[in-house]
Write a protein that binds this ligand. Structure first.
Ligand SMILES: *Cc1c(COP(=O)(O)O)cnc(C)c1O
Length: 362
């Protein structure tokens, strides 16, 4: 079957080099070979995420750790910051885990602002907060650094941050941010296949988790810590993914992290410029646009060009590229172009040339 190059915001395109790294012969997960592999990537992961804490690997998609984090940490009441499909769903997940939770909902396309979180936390009811750094469904990046500053005022409140579609594409320094959990799945900016999650947990969160008897087994933070201290994982991990992540990390450090972040900024600007050139407006509020994808308004909000998105998608498919047609309630009313992972100015120029030809044929 002909492959459609993925320009959807996850899963993203996986390079041949990555597939090759993932096809290394199998090793035992309790062997010294495995310990060497995890031991090799641990300092790379720590440097990438700006932390001296151990970085854990979970064989699950991001939601495993998203659910796991609240089960480990919530004892009284959870505040879910909701600004799009992924962050909204966390409230539903919390309720299904039988946790007491409340939402801080803003309109899709609007950011979560620190003042709004502060006003909620001032009640003293909440002991945990969930936040999506980059809300992929709306192409919006929340002001994480400003929000994380609230930790100084509320040190007892656990801050859980989903960086699924921003990790590796923008600087994320866990220790400087002072947050409690930072997590991502590998199928977005990591440019690996889906199936592995990467996360870090603060010492304060480990202590909170220790007091939480109903935290379960598979996502028990203490199981991850105990095992990671020996360069192991609690259960049999997806070893091919870990070979893949090792190859990816080598690529990141060869390119240089600063260059990688600059590349994402540049390639993202290219899609924004393309949208402006065709008279489209952006879906997210100005100043909060994501750096890893562009969510283009197509009638969801007033103003700007409106096109037949399914037709545009069809024309792009004929040219071998899959683009997104809008998430959930935004289907057809906004569409998204991803620049995360391995995309370069060259690959983005190809995308843009094909989009231009498709626009002319609409
Ligand atoms: C993709 C995504 C998720 C869901 O991740 P899964 O790997 O499907 O569990 C969660 N949050 C954000 C912001 C995402 O982009």
């Amino acid at each position: 079957m002909d492959h459609l190059k993925l320009h959807i915001p996850g899963p993203v395109e996986v390079s041949d080099a990555t597939w090759k790294a993932m096809s290394a012969p199998m090793i035992g997960h309790r062997s010294s070979n495995f310990q060497d592999l995890y031991g090799k990537i641990q300092p790379q992961l720590q440097e990438l995420l700006g932390t001296e804490r151990l970085v854990y690997l979970s064989t699950s998609s991001a939601w495993g750790i998203m659910e796991g984090a609240i089960r480990n940490l919530v004892q009284r009441k959870l505040l879910c910051c909701m600004c799009g499909a992924f962050s909204d769903k966390w409230l539903d997940v919390a309720k299904r885990c039988d946790l007491v939770a409340e939402g801080l909902q803003v309109d899709w396309g609007s950011p979560i602002l620190p003042e709004a979180i502060d006003a909620k936390l001032a009640s003293g009811e909440f002991d945990t907060v969930t936040l999506a750094h980059n809300e992929t469904s709306t192409g919006l990046m929340n002001p994480l650094e400003k929000i994380a500053k609230l930790k100084e005022k509320y040190p007892e409140v656990m801050f859980i941050v989903d960086s699924v579609s921003s990790m590796t594409a923008v600087p994320l320094n866990f220790d400087t941010l002072g947050i409690d959990v930072l997590l991502a799945g590998t199928q977005k900016a990591w440019a690996l296949p889906p199936g592995l999650a990467v996360f870090v947990v603060s010492e304060a969160a480990m202590q909170r988790a220790a007091r939480n008897v109903s935290r379960g087994y598979y996502f028990d933070f203490h199981e991850f810590q105990k095992n990671a201290e020996k360069n192991m994982t609690p259960s049999t991990p997806s070893i091919p993914h870990i070979n893949g992540i090792s190859a990816k990390l080598d690529e990141f450090f060869t390119e240089g992290l600063e260059n990688r972040y600059a590349r994402h900024q540049k390639t993202n600007q290219m899609t924004r410029d393309w949208a402006a050139k065709h008279g489209f407006s952006m879906f997210p509020e100005a100043g909060y646009e994501s750096l890893t994808l562009t969510c283009i308004n197509n009638g969801a909000k007033e103003g700007g060009t409106v096109v037949d998105v399914p037709k545009l998608q069809g024309l792009m498919k004929e040219k071998g590229i899959l683009i997104d047609g809008g998430y959930g309630k935004l289907k057809g009313k906004a569409f998204r172009l991803s620049n995360m992972g391995d995309e370069t100015e060259e690959t983005m120029s190809d995308l843009i040339a094909k989009l231009d030809t498709s626009m002319a044929a609409l």
